[in-house]
Design a protein around this ligand. Structure first.
Ligand SMILES: NC(=O)c1ccc[n+]([C@@H]2O[C@H](COP(=O)([O-])OP(=O)(O)OC[C@H]3O[C@@H](n4cnc5c(N)ncnc54)[C@H](O)[C@@H]3O)[C@@H](O)[C@H]2O)c1
Length: 340
């Protein structure tokens, strides 16, 4: 069987991850890499023996022999690229969030549908083993009817101050809240109807990153479920894991609790205590493992076999539209209905 030829747009932190996975996948290969910064694209191309390097994605779409594209640019730079990719009839894996404005969301969905290409957004928490196990239990009726949920998904401060050069142009809501909203909607089996959010700022501002520190959000779903969602970028850097992840899903007959970050599965104790990541993305005998990688592998598998993606474009669009309501609510300090 012929390999799926991927073009990667964005050769930064996560673009490297994509390249590693396509390199390992028996049915995929990276055929071209594009980054505005040629040296980044060249370095990544050299690491995986990729011969075609571009700095202009339009030129890549025109000249490179590729079947699909991975859009791995910063959160707020997915839309124009996706619309061009759709016009060039390329399937695409778009990093989360789908987009950060209403016009972009509608424009992307329209372009993707009109051009008959396939697109998946990398909302990989659905592949998270505890989350996926919870979904299976809910679908089997073990918890009764979904009733309410609590979901904390925070990062240590370092992600905003050091890891992402563009953190101030995005927010913890786009960066992690996109996962939270999607996970909650998926587990509770409903779209978000109304939100009320409060945010606080100061810690990151003082550190030179002009963006809110955290959002505490109450969500009401169309099926009556209610949830609390916490997204913060200011967990102290000394936290034993880069993430702070705690979930509870309550049903009418049962409950599931998850502690995906500070678990007792493994602790490393040297001059400090850490909880090494063995869930999101670790390596085993040099091979990349973890649920963040599984989502990208699944994209390749489903393009090849033509089966539906586990995350629909509509679900990804709904997550962005719900987050826009959360942002509006935090700005106005008023409850906001989500407009779909
Ligand atoms: N799924 C996950 O677990 C995960 C993890 C990290 C990041 N992400 C997502 O991946 C995306 C990228 O994040 P990152 O951490 O790799 O960012 P990054 O800043 O490390 O890399 C982004 C790259 O995109 C390039 N770029 C920007 N505009 C471009 C354009 N028009 N054409 C070509 N290249 C362009 C930049 O030069 C940069 O090298 C974000 O949407 C982020 O939310 C997802």
């Amino acid at each position: 069987m012929e390999k799926l030829r991927m073009g990667i747009i964005g050769a930064g932190v996560w673009g490297k991850t994509h390249a590693g996975i396509y390199n390992e996948h028996p049915l995929a290969e990276t055929a071209a890499i594009c980054d505005l910064d040629r040296s980044k694209a060249e370095a990544l191309a050299a690491a995986y023996g990729v011969s075609e390097v571009y700095t202009d994605y339009r030129e890549m779409l025109e000249k490179a022999d590729i079947d699909a594209v991975a859009i791995v640019t910063p959160d707020f730079l997915h839309a124009d690229i996706a619309v061009e990719c759709a016009g060039a009839k390329k399937h695409m894996l778009i990093e989360k969030p789908l987009a950060t404005t209403r016009e972009e969301v509608y424009g992307m969905v329209d372009a993707i549908e009109k051009n008959g290409v396939r697109a998946m957004v990398d909302l990989h928490n659905r592949w998270n083993p505890p989350v996926n196990t919870a979904k299976q239990a809910i679908d089997a009726g073990e918890l009764g009817e979904p009733y309410s949920a609590y979901m904390r998904l925070n990062d240590v401060k370092w992600v905003a101050t050091d890891m992402l050069s563009w953190a101030a142009k995005s927010s913890i809501l786009w960066f992690l809240g996109s996962h939270s909203i999607d996970t909650l909607s998926w587990l509770l089996g409903s779209k978000v109807r109304r939100v009320y959010s409060v945010s606080r700022e100061g810690i990151l501002k003082e550190a030179g990153v002009d963006v809110p520190d955290m959002y505490l959000t109450t969500l009401e779903f169309e099926n009556g479920c209610i949830a609390h969602m916490e997204n913060g970028w200011v967990t102290p850097n000394a936290n034993t894991n880069i993430n702070d992840v705690k979930y509870t899903i309550l049903g009418t007959k049962g409950m599931i609790s998850m502690d995906c970050s500070s678990h007792n599965l493994i602790q490393k104790i040297t001059d400090k205590v850490t909880t090494p990541d063995v869930m999101v993305g670790n390596t085993v005998f040099g091979s990349v493992k973890g649920f963040a990688y599984e989502a990208i592998r699944t994209f390749v598998d489903r393009v090849i076999d033509g089966e539906p993606f586990p995350v629909s474009l509509t679900d990804a669009a709904n997550a962005s539209l719900a987050l826009l309501a959360v942002l509006e609510s935090a700005a106005t300090r008023m409850p906001v209905e989500v407009e779909y």
